[in-house]
Write a protein that binds this ligand. Structure first.
Ligand SMILES: [Fe+2]
Length: 210
């Protein structure tokens, strides 16, 4: 897969922060580092590729303050730069079970764009990079790593849950899929992912361990 170099990606992120300041840039680095650390434990994955994928997964936020349209914005951004294969991660990272109805944010894109995403997901065969970034996105909260369940609740509570009642089952199925992906990687590395990442217990419980 053709990859941009780290310097270029960091420039995009810096530019993105200028256009749309927010925690998403730091989050992208935190996701990238987790992806690199976990990928190092898996022979079939390249840790540098995983790192770049983590860095760019939310690059669609460069387009401004948006919700779910950051997926297609990121895809189009990377495609326009000549990285069409890499661009997949901007879409796949949000859909562990390929269900566009499972997203908690607003679909702030056009019907045509939504159809593109839906069709793209149907035709896309997920690989371990897709699954790894889905997982790392779900254990990275702010600039820290936390228990996956904490992050899932955090995302759910940040949106207006009252208006999301039809979301119930698709959202639970999405959570179930995230836990399956976590188990999948833990079986591959024969270890808990939390053993690889710093301070998960402290960050999750909000305590200092002696
Ligand atoms: Fe993310």
């Amino acid at each position: 897969m053709k990859l941009p170099n780290v310097k270029n990606v960091k420039n995009w992120l810096n530019e993105g922060f200028k256009r749309n300041p927010g925690p998403w840039v730091k989050h992208s680095e935190v996701v990238a580092n987790a992806a690199k650390i976990i990928a190092k434990e898996i022979d079939s994955l390249n840790s540098h590729t995983a790192y770049i994928m983590g860095l760019v997964h939310d690059i669609g936020r460069i387009a401004g303050l948006t919700q779910d349209r950051h997926t297609i914005d990121g895809y189009n951004f990377l495609k326009a730069k000549g990285y069409e294969e890499l661009a997949r991660i901007c879409i796949t990272h949000c859909f562990p079970n390929k269900d566009i109805n499972s997203n908690i944010g607003e679909w702030d894109c056009s019907k045509k764009e939504l159809y593109f995403i839906e069709t793209y997901l149907v035709n896309c065969k997920y690989n371990d990079y897709d699954r790894l970034i889905q997982l790392c996105d779900c254990i990275s909260m702010g600039d820290k790593y936390v228990l996956i369940e904490k992050r899932l609740i955090d995302v759910a509570l940040r949106y207006n849950l009252k208006s999301k009642i039809p979301l119930g089952v698709p959202l639970l199925l999405k959570w179930q899929k995230y836990l399956e992906i976590k188990n999948y990687f833990e079986n591959l590395i024969d270890n808990s992912i939390y053993n690889l990442l710093p301070n998960v217990v402290e960050n999750t419980l909000g305590i200092k361990l002696k």
